[in-house]
Every structure is written in structure tokens, then in C-alpha cells.
Design a protein around this ligand. Sequence first.
Ligand code: COA
Length: 158
Amino acid sequence: MSEILSREQTDRPIPGGIEVRRLAYSDLPAVISIERRSFPTPWSLAMFVLELSKPSGICLAATRGDELAGYVVCSRYDQVWHLMNVAVSPDHRSHGVAGALLRKLFDEGRGKLPFTLEVRVTNRRAIGMYEYFGFRSAGVRPRYYHDNGEDALIMWLD
Ligand SMILES: CC(C)(COP(=O)(O)OP(=O)(O)OC[C@H]1O[C@@H](n2cnc3c(N)ncnc32)[C@H](O)[C@@H]1OP(=O)(O)O)[C@@H](O)C(=O)NCCC(=O)NCCS
């Protein structure tokens, strides 16, 4: 997958102090805390447990010092990787944490399968980040988000 990204996007070293590793069940209390501060309709603990239990998925954690700074959850479906969730603690944003997580994810998911995701049409920060990594819009799911009836932008990286 990474061969379709520019060298600058893929080969940039992880910024100092950030480490990326597998997400563990023991991270989930910190994950839930970030999740609740990041989304209007946060995932439940049970949803994270379910994703972590899938052997084919890729769930990664980023730490800065001894704190969990962010995480990404990606599920493998038949012929596609579905980027299900990515969030960074408000205390650690704009320091390259999400970039480090996504680079590691693309590295691990490397192969012929494309990535897809849904994002709120008003989430300009996330859309800009995905476009930076090469994702392109491929339509809208009308009223996808039940809390406010907002549309989802469907994006693909292939
Ligand atoms: C969106 C979010 C995950 C970004 O996390 P972050 O750690 O602050 O992001 P980063 O600092 O790593 O930036 C990511 C990369 O995208 C680039 N980028 C970010 N916004 C960009 C934009 N608008 N245009 C171009 N590039 C952009 C950055 O330059 C960075 O690239 P680099 O690593 O090469 O420097 C974070 O703001 C967040 O958790 N938001 C709430 C949850 C959310 O909306 N998640 C996405 C749901 S679909």
C-alpha cells in the first residue's frame, strides 16, 4: 500500500517521543477516556473489546512518554481494510501522533487491498489528514450519523 504514497509521506521518521505498538486490552480505560473527549457518540468498551478480539484486524496504540496518546482500529473485511476509528488525546494533538499511527497501519496493511473509511462531512481536520495520506472522496452516505443526521463522506485509498 505504501508504494502509492509519496516518499515524504511514508518515510518520515516517527517524531521524537512517540512510540507505536499493538493496542492491548489493558489500554482500554485510557482509550475510553480519549474516545469520550473526541467523539459526540463515543464507542463503548464492548465495541473496542470486539475489535481487539478479531485476529485479522490491526489495532495500534501510540504513546508519548508514559501516556497513551492515541489509537487506531482497522478491520479486515473480505477485500478491503476498513479504518474504523482513529483518535488522539486533545492533550497530544498536532504533534504527529495520528500520522505515526497511520504510517504504521499502512505499513502493516501493505498489499493489494484498498483502505476505506467514513468521516463526518464537517470534520475538516480529519478529512484534510486523510487527503494528505492519499485518500479520495467516493461519495456520501446520507444521514449516516444518528446523533445529528449528518452525512458521512466515504473515502478510499487504493
Ligand atoms: C483527526 C486527529 C486524529 C488528528 O490527530 P493529530 O495527532 O493531531 O494529527 P497529526 O498531527 O499526526 O497530523 C496528521 C498528519 O496529517 C497532516 N494534516 C493534518 N491536517 C491536515 C490538513 N488539514 N491538510 C493537510 N495535512 C494535514 C499533518 O501534517 C500530519 O502529517 P505529518 O505526520 O506528515 O506531519 C485528531 O484531531 C482527533 O483525534 N480528532 C478527534 C477524533 C476524530 O475526528 N477522528 C477522526 C474520525 S474519522
